[in-house]
Write a protein that binds this ligand. Structure first.
Ligand code: NAP
Length: 283
């Protein structure tokens, strides 16, 4: 039986590079980078999707930096939202299953009069309060208007090609150089180890709709850093607990993921342990 063909956008990015690494065991991979198809003009990628007709398109490419989105909202909209619409149209025409990587930032992480912050479920109303979150949510809406995508809202950590892209690497790079760092005590997420995220995405690939694919447990950035220090045998006393002016809890609820896959969703501590075993997996 021939292997399925997966096209991956953002192939040189943090998630895209991990996806190529993870999926190459089970599929034929076509990695798409900005050099080949710049998503500010997504029509050339749409034509390529229609020519190749891959079985799956894993759309990871995005302006993923809050800072870049804030300073250039038009670019953020073009890449995160408009390009997603054009890609979704092409997937529908080509019979390709679109898997769109979205984000926990479609939620504000702030309490409202009717809802506490965090533990967000798939049916909770999105409430982005950043350009990044807003344009990613618009990408979700466009994708759903054009095709029946699988939408993965996530937050992840692990090893990136540049070795400085993730929170795991931030703590490790600093602590290995004995550099003191701050760990925020009032920013809470459910970050998932990136290789586990890809395993879950692979298992979900033929589902449609929105899934929250994160770790099962919420940790503050400070707690995360302390666990990293413990698991990697580094000095956690270099991490100073600190508060940001505006507390944020963007943890996601993974009940739907657990029930759909019939699994116990991985915790952050377990993911940090796995990442220690898999250091250098991208080289
Ligand atoms: N990192 C996280 O914890 C996190 C959390 C939630 C959601 N996400 C989502 O996960 C996905 C992957 O994020 P990441 O952390 O892997 O980000 P990343 O490392 O910045 O990768 C993003 C990729 O998008 C590509 N890209 C940006 N602008 C482009 C353009 N105009 N045309 C074509 N490609 C373009 C980049 O290409 P170059 O390599 O050429 O720059 C890069 O390869 C994104 O959709 C993001 O919204 C990430």
């Amino acid at each position: 039986m021939s292997r399925p063909v997966w096209m991956i956008t953002g192939a040189h990015g943090f998630l895209g590079a991990n996806a190529q690494n993870f999926l190459s065991a089970q599929a034929d991979i076509i990695g798409v980078s900005r050099d080949q198809h710049d998503l500010t003009t997504p029509e050339s990628l749409a034509a390529e999707i229609n020519r190749v007709k891959p079985d799956y398109l894993l759309h990871t490419a995005a302006i993923a930096s809050h800072h870049v989105c804030d300073s250039n909202p038009d670019l953020a909209f073009a890449v995160n939202a408009r390009a997603t619409q054009v890609i979704a149209q092409a997937c529908e025409q080509a019979g390709t299953k679109l898997i769109f990587i979205s984000t926990d930032a479609v939620f504000s992480g702030q309490p409202t009069p009717t809802q506490p912050a965090g533990d967000y479920k798939e049916l909770d109303p999105p409430s982005p309060n950043t350009v990044y979150g807003d344009t990613k949510l618009q990408g979700e809406i466009y994708a759903q208007n054009e095709t029946r995508p699988l939408i993965i809202r996530t937050n992840f950590f692990g090893w990136s090609p540049s070795r400085d892209r993730s929170i795991l690497e931030f703590f490790i790079n600093s602590l290995r150089q004995n550099k003191p760092v701050s760990g925020f005590t009032n920013v809470t997420t459910t970050s998932l180890y990136v290789q586990t995220l890809l395993d879950y995405i692979y298992q979900l690939k033929d589902h449609a709709g929105v899934f929250h694919v994160t770790s099962s447990d919420a940790l503050t950035k400070y707690q995360f850093g302390v666990f990293v220090a413990e698991q990697f045998g580094l000095d956690g006393r270099l991490i100073t607990p600190e508060e940001v002016p505006e507390a944020k809890n963007i943890s996601l609820n993974t009940h739907k993921l657990a029930v759909t896959l019939g699994i116990e969703v991985q915790s952050q501590v377990r993911g940090i342990g796995l990442s220690a075993d898999q250091e250098g997996c991208l080289t």
